[in-house]
Design a protein around this ligand. Structure first.
Ligand code: ADP
Ligand code: MG
Length: 307
């Protein structure tokens, strides 16, 4: 009789936009103690726009933005897209760049040809400059201090839940960009509904502590893991499991794959990358975090019958 129930259950799930890759996990979903959500693009819209910027003395905003756009010209990241769009809006000429390198969970680097670039004060050495754009994790890796003026800018931005990325040129931190992302309308209800089910809600992100705290505060999230590098995301899942909890993980990115694998119930959402989808137990086809709640409820309703 059990296979029949499971079959009904999975087809019911499919009708609700849930593709079940692992039936055991689907059954376990009813017992979850905690669910960890990826922040960007899962709890938030993930559509960053550049809302503000600051530069150090002697560096023009346009020059800094053009330089950042050059480094970001090869990146698919939402942050990259936002910086390129901001440069476009200002009609800036973006200098040529080579040697692109994505530094996972940190930022990007490239060699930028500033020779023919009317970049004002930035254009002094000529030839190819080594330029980085990235967040706090990048600054840690490069061991760079943030100048007071930019620190103040970043603190204020963080309080407004704006993500900050920095521009580092030839080892010098020269500018900071603040990017706005908004909490998804559905996320409020998701957190409330999971709390009603007695489930702890956690958030996992590579973004800065203050942005994470602002979003968590806004949504009433219980546990926050911020500035987490991609290779450490699964360790945060483990951390909750070590407390004896059955843990679900919801994410969409390549970076989330190891955490999805580690979780007792790995849930890929929306336009999840192939890697995320292959690492997940359940795939939520519609990009709606409320389906996480439906999944738990469906699991409870289905498997109660079997007991
Ligand atoms: P999340 O964990 O929120 O999904 P990611 O792991 O994709 O985020 O990125 C973590 C952090 O790394 C970002 O918040 C940003 O600071 C930095 N970062 C990643 N990619 C880029 C990029 N292309 N340009 C600038 N910063 C980046
Ligand atoms: Mg992500």
């Amino acid at each position: 009789a059990i296979p029949l129930v499971v079959a009904i259950n999975t087809s019911l799930a499919a009708r609700n936009g849930m593709l079940v890759r692992d039936r055991i996990a689907m059954e376990e979903a009813r017992n979850l103690d905690a669910i960890i959500f990826d922040k960007t693009g899962t709890l938030t819209e993930g559509e960053h726009g550049v809302v503000d910027m600051a530069t150090v003395d002697g560096v023009a905003e346009d020059a800094a933005l053009a330089l950042a756009a050059a480094v970001e010209s090869d990146s698919e990241h939402m942050i990259a897209r936002a910086i390129r769009e901001a440069a476009e809006e200002r009609d800036l000429t973006v200098p040529d760049a080579t040697g692109f390198e994505a530094i996972k969970g940190r930022g990007v680097r490239a060699t930028v040809d500033v020779s023919g670039f009317a970049g004002g004060p930035l254009d002094e050495s000529g030839g190819g400059d080594e330029v980085y754009v990235g967040g706090p994790n990048l600054l840690t890796q490069l061991d760079r201090e943030v100048p007071d003026h930019l620190r103040q800018f970043a603190d204020e931005a963080g309080q407004n839940a704006h993500t900050v990325v920095y521009l580092v040129r030839e080892g010098e931190l020269v500018a900071a960009f603040a990017m706005a992302d908004v909490v998804r309308e559905e996320s409020y209800r998701v957190v409330d509904a999971l709390h009603d089910l007695g489930i702890e809600v956690a958030m996992l992100t590579g973004d800065s502590r203050d942005v994470a705290a602002a979003v968590a505060d806004e949504l009433g999230i219980d546990t926050v893991f911020a500035e987490v590098l991609p290779e450490d995301k699964d360790k945060k899942v483990q951390e909750l499991q070590d407390q004896g909890k059955l843990v679900g993980m919801v994410g969409d990115g390549v970076n989330d794959a190891p955490a999805l694998t580690r979780a007792d119930v790995g849930i890929a959402i929306g336009s999840g990358t192939d890697v995320a989808v292959q690492s997940a137990d359940v795939i939520l086809v519609q990009n709606n975090p409320m389906d996480v709640v439906r999944l738990v409820k469906l699991s409870k309703a289905s498997y109660r019958k079997m007991q």
